[in-house]
Design a protein around this ligand. Structure first.
Ligand SMILES: [Cu+2]
Length: 174
């Protein structure tokens, strides 16, 4: 390993390059001496314990999914109620409906189902739409995901606009 072939970005990440540059300047060179190896080992231990390496929920702005329903009657968006998806805990989602003119639609009925097709199981709970929140938004209670991975969420919508359905494919990591 020498300075040209050593690529710290692949191993540790861009955010920690400063530290490595400082460390290599302190040591004058990045040659694999026992002393350098010790510095890298200590650094690896420090970063392994730092909070930024813990699983963090994604920013809420990214936790929103939107697509058109199968027959094209609605634009549907879904998002977790608190901007995060806690694994193994019951929590709320919000589903929003718009018609083709961009007007909010209040559903008379929405049912939710889903699961993990690759695992052959459904949702571990039976979520229910419990409340109209106004502006085409509806509260879904009783959502729970018991593992990370690829989930599908199916919604059947009934309203004066007509019956339609939509399937979201979402990837959860925790
Ligand atoms: Cu599964």
């Amino acid at each position: 390993m020498d300075r040209t072939s050593f690529d710290p970005a692949n191993i540790i990440g861009q955010a920690h390059l400063n530290f490595l540059f400082q460390a290599s300047m302190l040591l004058n060179d990045f040659v694999p001496t026992p002393k350098n190896a010790l510095v890298l080992l200590i650094y690896a231990l420090l970063t392994a314990c730092s909070p930024q390496n813990e699983a963090q929920p994604e920013p809420s702005a990214e936790l929103k999914w939107q697509q058109d329903s199968q027959r094209g009657l609605y634009t549907v968006s879904i998002e977790p109620g608190n901007g995060r998806i806690p694994i193994g805990e019951f929590h709320e989602w919000v589903i929003s409906l718009q018609d083709n003119n961009g007007n909010p639609v209040t559903a008379s009925r929405i049912t939710m189902s889903g699961g993990m097709p690759s695992h052959g199981h459904g949702l571990p709970s039976q979520p229910e739409v419990t409340e109209h929140l106004g502006q085409g938004r509806h509260r879904i209670e009783g959502v729970r995901f018991n593992m990370a991975g690829s989930w599908v969420l199916d919604f059947r919508v009934m309203s004066p606009v007509g019956p339609d359905q939509v399937q979201f494919k979402i990837e959860l990591s925790f």
